[in-house]
Design a protein around this ligand. Sequence first.
Ligand SMILES: *Cc1c(COP(=O)(O)O)cnc(C)c1O
Length: 228
Amino acid sequence: MASIADNLQAVRARIERAARAAQRDPGDILLLAVSKTFPPAHIEAALAAGQKAFGENHVQEAVEKITVLDALPLEWHFIGPIQSNKTRLIAQHFAWAHGVERVKIAERLNAARPEGMAPLDVCIEVNVSGEATKSGVAPGEEARLADEIARLPRLKLRGLMAIPEPTSDAMLQRRRFALLRELKERLRARGHALDTLSMGMSDDFEAAIMEGATIIRVGTAIFGPRTK
Ligand SMILES: *Cc1c(COP(=O)(O)O)cnc(C)c1O
């Protein structure tokens, strides 16, 4: 079995290839290592191979790992759906929250963000595939939410996030990611200073990079398949 260091090297090579094809600087793309279900030792192995940013989608599991690894220079991103009874822990322990989709959740994160910490970086999640079961606001609804988040001093709106339906159709992948890019440009035209498109996972991040992804969230390609 390939080691985490080998996998990271392979993922970085894929990022460089895709960035070159898109005539982009690979340094403009943050690789978020999605460590959900994997123990702290795997995160330490990734850190030893130069990986600093990690994504988690279950609050309780994440806070346990963050506490154990507290002494290490890691940056934590919450990428799961945000329940209102979990906003305090997210605001206390994370640098980023990618899945904001309701004003009420944004207000709770804002109220719970400790004064001694920098504002919480947030993305609005958009349901770009229109799947009924998926979270995220419908395309077009992000503008009103963005205006509300901009009023909250303890949050910093960085951009948009999406999890399109899995598909091996490269053109469809591109279309979903292109939609998120267009929605971000519309928000910029509306006066929001955004710099982030959080899109692309193990199987589709090349398409996301072609459409302007600045954060890709990669789990399986780094840590292997999840059993839980
Ligand atoms: C699990 C997860 C990922 C990583 O998916 P892989 O296919 O394992 O790369 C990315 N984004 C979110 C929101 C996730 O929950």
